[in-house]
Design a protein around this ligand. Structure first.
Ligand SMILES: [Zn+2]
Length: 370
C-alpha cells in the first residue's frame, strides 16, 4: 500500500508542489481532500468539518468579525503527455513552478493552507476569526458545485463578514463580478405564401428596429465601490422563418446583457424591458452580479495591506466567479491569489514563486492587524 500523501512542510513552494502533485481532476478530489483534512486536523486551533470532498476549518477565538478564505480543490483534466508532476525552473526569486493546477487554483490553496497552519499558533493570533473553505467540483456544471452543496447542507459554517476567493489574479485584487441576463425579444407577424406576401406581415422585417436599438445602444461604464465595470448589451442569436416560400410569422432575437453590480437582477431585467419597450421580452437565464464590497472597513484594510506590497490598484472582475455565491449569502467578496488568470486551464500553467510570498504576506499582515 502506498502512504497517503502528506502536506506537512513549512516551505510554501514545496507545499504548492505537494498540493499540485496530488491529482484532483473534478470528481477525483478525495485524495487531496484527505490530505488537506489530515493537515488541518493536526492544528489544535482549528475546528475541522468534512462534507463530501469539501473541508471547512474554523478558528473559534470569539472575535467580533470573521473572514472567509475559500478555494476549489479540483482542476481541469491533465494534458497528454501529462503536465504533472510539477517542475521548478529558475533560481531564487525568479523561480517558476510549472504544472496542472499551479494557477487555477492550487497556488491560492497553498497560501490558504500555510495561513491556516500559521495563524492561531501561540504568538501568531489573527485579529479576526477565520474560516477556510476547500471545496470540490468547481470546474464542472454549477449543479455539482461543492460550495453550492455546503450552502445547502451547512450554511452555518459559511457565515462571515468578508470573503477572499483564491482564484488567480496575479496577486492583484479583483473585486466582485458582473451579472449576466439573457432574454428573447420576439416579434409576431402573419404567415402567408411568399407569392402572395401582401396577405402576410413579415416578423423578420419587424425585428429591424430591435437591431437598430442594439446598434445605437451605448453601454455604460459604472463605478461601484471605486471600481469601473464595463457593461455590454449584445444580440447573441436570431431565429425566424420556417421555409423558403413562407412569410415568417415569428422572429426571436436573443440578447445577453452583462451588467455591473450596481444593478440587481430585477433592475437588469427592467433595463432590458425599457430598451425593448413595445416588444415581447422573455427572460431565459440570469445570474446576479456581486458587489466588490470595497467600502467595508475590513475590505479597506485588506486593500491597504495588499497595496503596501504590490503597489497595484484593485480592479473589477469581468466574468462570473464563486464570489457571487458569497454575495448571495450577504458576504462581500474579492478574488486574490497568485497566478496569471489568462493561464488558467492552459496546457502550460505556471506560477511565479514570488507571487506566492506576496499573497501570503499581504494576507498575513491584514489578518493579524485587521
Ligand atoms: Zn478556478
Amino acid at each position: 500500500m502506498t502512504e497517503p500523501a502528506t502536506l506537512a512542510t513549512s516551505d510554501l513552494v514545496d507545499l504548492l508542489a505537494a498540493v499540485c502533485d496530488i491529482e484532483s481532476v473534478s470528481g477525483d478530489e478525495a485524495a487531496l481532500a484527505d490530505a488537506v483534512e489530515a493537515l488541518l486536523a493536526d492544528q489544535p486551533h482549528l475546528e475541522v468539518t468534512r462534507d463530501g470532498d469539501a473541508v471547512v476549518a474554523r478558528t473559534l477565538l470569539g472575535r467580533d468579525r470573521r473572514v472567509v478564505l475559500a478555494g476549489h480543490l479540483d482542476t481541469v483534466p491533465l494534458t497528454d503527455p501529462p503536465n504533472l508532476p510539477t517542475r521548478l525552473e529558475g533560481t531564487g526569486d525568479d523561480r517558476v513552478l510549472w504544472g496542472r493546477g499551479t494557477v487555477d487554483m492550487k497556488a491560492g490553496i497553498a497560501v490558504m493552507l500555510a495561513l491556516a497552519v500559521e495563524l492561531g499558533r501561540p504568538g501568531s493570533e489573527p485579529a479576526v476569526d477565520l474560516t477556510y473553505v476547500f471545496y470540490d467540483h468547481e470546474e464542472v456544471e454549477a449543479t455539482k458545485s461543492g460550495l453550492g452543496r455546503l450552502v445547502r447542507n451547512r450554511p452555518e459554517l459559511l457565515t462571515g463578514d468578508f470573503a477572499v476567493l483564491g482564484e488567480p489574479t496575479s496577486a492583484d485584487i479583483e473585486g466582485g463580478c458582473q451579472g449576466t441576463i439573457r432574454v428573447d425579444v420576439r416579434t409576431r407577424g402573419v404567415a402567408a405564401h411568399s407569392a402572395r406576401s401582401w396577405r402576410g406581415e413579415n416578423a423578420i422585417h419587424a425585428a429591424a428596429p430591435i437591431l437598430a436599438r442594439l446598434t445605437a445602444y451605448e453601454p455604460a461604464e459604472v463605478e461601484v465601490d471605486g471600481l469601473r465595470y464595463r457593461e455590454g448589451v449584445n444580440a447573441v442569436g436570431i431565429r425566424g422563418g420556417i421555409a423558403g416560400n413562407v412569410v415568417p410569422d415569428e422572429c426571436t432575437v436573443t440578447v445577453n446583457y452583462r451588467f455591473a453590480p450596481s444593478r440587481d437582477l430585477a433592475e437588469a431585467e427592467a433595463h432590458l424591458r425599457d430598451l425593448f419597450d413595445g416588444y415581447e421580452v422573455t427572460v431565459t437565464d440570469a445570474s446576479p452580479a456581486a458587489r466588490p464590497g470595497l467600502d467595508d472597513p475590513l475590505a479597506a484594510e485588506f486593500v491597504a495591506a495588499v497595496l503596501e506590497l504590490t503597489g497595484g490598484e484593485p480592479k473589477p472582475k469581468f466574468g462570473w466567479t464563486d464570489v457571487a455565491r458569497f454575495a448571495e449569502l450577504g458576504i462581500p467578496a474579492v478574488n486574490f491569489a497568485p497566478g496569471d488568470p489568462s493561464l488558467a486551464h492552459a496546457d502550460d500553467e505556471r506560477v511565479p514563486v514570488r507571487e506566492l510570498g506576496v499573497c501570503r504576506d499581504a494576507l498575513r499582515t491584514w489578518l493579524r492587524g485587521a
